[in-house]
Design a protein around this ligand. Sequence first.
Ligand SMILES: *[C@@H]1O[C@H](CO)[C@@H](O)[C@H](O)[C@H]1NC(C)=O
Ligand SMILES: *[C@@H]1O[C@H](CO)[C@@H](O)[C@H](O)[C@H]1NC(C)=O
Ligand SMILES: *[C@@H]1O[C@H](CO)[C@@H](O)[C@H](O)[C@H]1NC(C)=O
Ligand SMILES: *[C@@H]1O[C@H](CO)[C@@H](O)[C@H](O)[C@H]1NC(C)=O
Ligand SMILES: *[C@@H]1O[C@H](CO)[C@@H](O)[C@H](O)[C@H]1NC(C)=O
Length: 501
Amino acid sequence: MLLLGGLSLWLVSTAAAQSVPSPYLQTPAPRQLAWHQLEYYAFVHFGPNTFTDEEWGRSQSSPDVFNPTALDTDQWAKGFADAGMAGMILTAKHHDGMALWDTNTTTYKIGNGQWAKDRLAAGLSADMVRMAAASAEKYGIKFGIYLSPWDIHRDPAMPKPGLSGTIYDEPQIFGDNTEGDYNDLYAGQLTELVTLKYDNGSKVPLFELWLDGASGSDTVQTFDWAKFRDIIRENQPDAAMWGHQGVDARWVGNEDGFTVPTNWHTISRTQDQTHYGGDELQTGVRDGLYWTPAEADARIRDGWFWHASEQPKSADELMQMYMECVGRSVNLLLDVPPDTSGQIATEDLEILLQFKEQRVAFLNRPLLTTALEVSASSVRGGDSARFGPANVLDGRTDTYWAMNDKETTGSLDIRLKSIQSIDAIILQEHIALGQRIGGYAVDAGVNGSYQRIVNGTSMGYKRIWNLTSSIEADSIRLQILQSNATPLISSVQALGITEVK
Ligand SMILES: *[C@@H]1O[C@H](CO)[C@@H](O)[C@H](O)[C@H]1NC(C)=O
Ligand SMILES: *[C@@H]1O[C@H](CO)[C@@H](O)[C@H](O)[C@H]1NC(C)=O
Ligand SMILES: *[C@@H]1O[C@H](CO)[C@@H](O)[C@H](O)[C@H]1NC(C)=O
Ligand SMILES: *[C@@H]1O[C@H](CO)[C@@H](O)[C@H](O)[C@H]1NC(C)=O
Ligand SMILES: *[C@@H]1O[C@H](CO)[C@@H](O)[C@H](O)[C@H]1NC(C)=O
């Protein structure tokens, strides 16, 4: 007993000597940390454009145009869940300005169209946003909302001859220096959406609010981003606010599902400042002032809205997007638009499933397990229990390998049980305490002789490296070559084939 007591006392005092590393510069808010882990989710562009074969809703049709013949939001949510997508973001209002929910802020809403009137008369819901939210909940995926700041319906520069003299002929308040304030209208719409309720009266939790940056006219409207942020924070504190450059997540600078290998989670400008160019948004800014990681919005078809003339991309193309977004620490927001029936086309769902099969077939071949022997050039305070290199193999995101504060380079070595054929490497930095690493390499060893198979700059949340050819190895060595503060590694994995040798 005495010995045991003494031993535990010794352990406690040793542990107390090694504090957790201090955060380095910017760190993700809890909502952002949770957001990083979603990785891949669906974008749903649906609205009048679906029926007018448009992308930007210039025709300004009456709400009667919104007429899905067999609407089924469960079909969307089930399809996305089956495809391994973590959530969906619906266009509650696209640039055309027509609201898909039962808003009190405008007459220009699907609720005033014949489809909605017929549904209500039949005792059915006609609120697209609430229906989609309920379906997402039913199938266990997250729900987010797109609310376009640019609003053609309120933009004096955009003609609306078909609506003149109707109840949809509303004040043209878009653009600064006009009467009335578009920011108030937008704030009202946002408030309705962040307080949206399920049928049972409890609030719909949103994981992301997508506040688009596009504008197709010269009308200048200065948006009150701080006000919009406060409305989101107050009502949906766990939701990430996506904007061209923030607050919580940024545009990746293109709509092709691609980013460059060097991509930092931080930038140094806000939504109110001059916008970065596409290349700058891809790269981000090392040691920037704000944690504003990139999200890549991309499309399964050519358009954002469904068009009869278009076909889905192949599963191979989606897999390439995945490797060039998720594989480079960027979330992938893939648009999969419902057609005029109000359902996702079966060929699109088939591609999503093929893409999922490819991901599973590729990723589900881990060679590194907790049973393997792993050593490091050094361990923080010698405390292997808390900061040892075995933490990179335990499958947990809250544990990591760490060295002492002054050490910014070092390596860890994982010994395989035998020679294996390796064709991909996955690395994760412990970003909860900031993004630190600026140079790293992975070497594959046989009999103590090493060959470089990966070298990179920024690491961040997750890096997936597909090797151009497989390599036989009996050990894997990760080298941190450059870091602005002592590096923290939460995961190292190698994919490949277990060989009996
Ligand atoms: C619109 O106003 C009515 C009546 O005040 C209210 O019951 C309803 O909840 C409001 N709708 C929204 C989306 O806020
Ligand atoms: C209402 O429904 C939602 C979604 O099904 C559920 O998460 C929530 O717990 C329910 N709230 C109440 C008060 O029953
Ligand atoms: C590794 O070393 C063992 C024993 O020395 C030897 O049999 C084997 O051929 C070596 N393998 C390679 C790939 O060099
Ligand atoms: C990778 O290694 C090559 C060869 O040593 C070097 O030229 C290159 O700069 C390295 N790239 C990175 C991103 O470190
Ligand atoms: C990985 O690279 C190999 C060889 O270039 C290629 O055949 C394979 O399709 C790639 N896999 C992924 C998931 O990118």
